[in-house]
Ligand binder design. Structure first.
Ligand code: PGA
Length: 247
């Protein structure tokens, strides 16, 4: 696991974007795993700028998103479909037919999840997966206690996560209780992982992820076993780390 500590949010966003852009330039038809939440927004802004100013070409890129709330249609302004279109897809030249996001309105969720896993495999797997991390150590919506070998499935959201995300909804009650999420095992099969975190609220989760024992209580700790995982954090999120990560 490579740990990169940067000054602030802007620097981690740029660092992450450079890794993504360099893969797209090397392999124009790469398979990217996208994440939602506030953390990757800065990285997406850089990708949009690189597309507009430097001609970064997404026309052959295939994308898979990590997760989606159950029960929110793509048109809902808090759905992850909406988030991805607003914050990235509508600003770049990605082919809409190459975009995959879990369907929160799927009638048969179990079959949908199987289809999603098979679809990832049909493209040869995810080349690079972008990850945020929850303050409780979740990755995607794999909440504490998730099986470390889990696949795409429906998960019940923890109260902590619903509270963290309530800021985006009118009130806590409106935050969905369930989500479809790639599993920890699905994420670990990506050829490369980039986990981003910023701010003090993530310091404990980052400490566990980088230096703690691997355990389902903090699903993100499994990233320690990935051969090509890069953790990019700002000084605040790195605040509890004891090791020396200077490069
Ligand atoms: P955030 O969420 O980027 O909004 O902090 C991250 C996550 O819950 O995975």
């Amino acid at each position: 696991m490579l740990v990169i500590i940067k000054k602030d949010y802007e620097e981690i966003s740029f660092e992450g974007a450079k890794l993504v852009a360099s893969l797209i330039r090397k392999k124009p038809d790469c398979v990217l795993g996208f994440a939602t939440g506030s953390t990757p927004l800065g990285l997406y802004k850089h990708l949009i700028r690189m597309h507009k100013d430097e001609g970064l070409d997404f026309s052959k890129v295939i994308s898979f998103n990590l997760d989606e709330y159950v029960g929110l249609p793509p048109s809902h302004n808090q759905s992850y479909h909406f988030f991805m279109w607003e914050n990235l897809f509508k600003h770049i030249n990605i082919n809409p037919s190459n975009i995959h996001i879990p369907m929160g309105m799927a009638e048969d969720i179990e079959s949908f999840c199987e289809w999603y896993e098979a679809k990832i495999v049909s493209y040869g797997g995810i080349d690079l997966q972008i990850l945020g991390i929850g303050s409780n150590g979740h990755i995607a919506f794999n909440e504490p206690g998730s099986s470390l070998g889990s696949r795409t499935r429906i998960k019940t959201l923890k109260e902590k996560t619903r509270n963290d995300n309530a800021r985006f909804f009118k009130n806590f009650e409106e935050v969905p209780k369930f989500a479809i999420t790639m599993g920890v095992g699905t994420i670990m099969e990506a050829k490369r992982l980039i986990l981003l975190a910023n701010g003090k609220s993530k310091a404990e989760a980052i400490k566990a992820t980088v230096e703690g024992p691997i355990m389902a209580k903090y699903p993100a700790t499994i990233v320690q076993l990935h051969q090509y995982a890069t953790v990019i954090v700002d000084k605040e999120a790195a605040g509890l780390l004891e090791g020396d990560y200077s490069t």
